[in-house]
Ligand binder design. Sequence first.
Ligand code: DC
Length: 228
Amino acid sequence: MANYQIAIDGPAGAGKSTIAKLAAKELGFVYVDTGAMYRALALFFIREKIGAGDIEGLKQALKNVEVTIQYEENEQVVMLNGENVNGLIRSEEVGKMASATSPVAEVRKKLLSLQRKLAEETSVIMDGRDIGTAVLPEADLKIYLTADASVRAERRYKELLARGENCVLEKIRDEIIERDRQDMEREVSPLKQAKDAVLLDSSKLSIEQAKNEVVRLFRAMGIAGQKP
Ligand code: DC
């Protein structure tokens, strides 16, 4: 059976992971969350007390870190030097650090081969910032999933509240805009819509509608059978 690749890129809080996870389930693909890999490295840097501006320190630290992926009951588990860090990488602090350290070429290189290897093994829906442009440039379907910054901020706000975290909507909106800027303006593999990507704006869509659109786009390609 041939492997298929669906790449979903877009800014923070556009709903990429939720939608990709559901679409993967429906299509029988494996969902690969590449942001989680950058977050795992960020957690390592935080623990080692290396600042995002200390490029030499970051490069040195990379020699002592291994990020691997396991799947448990269809859930991606990120292992940092053998430790399951899934429960430790979702904070705003780690997200910010991931964004601040992901422009470093060595950081990206460290994760690129892992991401490509996962996509070779099975059919995947992979989400991130540079999947359609750099990681899987030959992906069968590329989607650029976005939403208004205020909509994204509100979603993140509700998510954090539900997790019992203290937060202020305005601050989250500012952070999202700053994260977009950082991810879009970096030199190496910046966030941008691939030329051949379909633009999907989820501002006015429910999760279910956005998921259905991803599945529809893939099925509309008529390649859901054996790959030539
Ligand atoms: O999707 P996320 O919020 O978990 O990603 C955290 C950060 O990791 C994001 O702000 C930038 C970086 N990232 C990246 O540079 N490339 C990817 N493919 C995925 C994430």
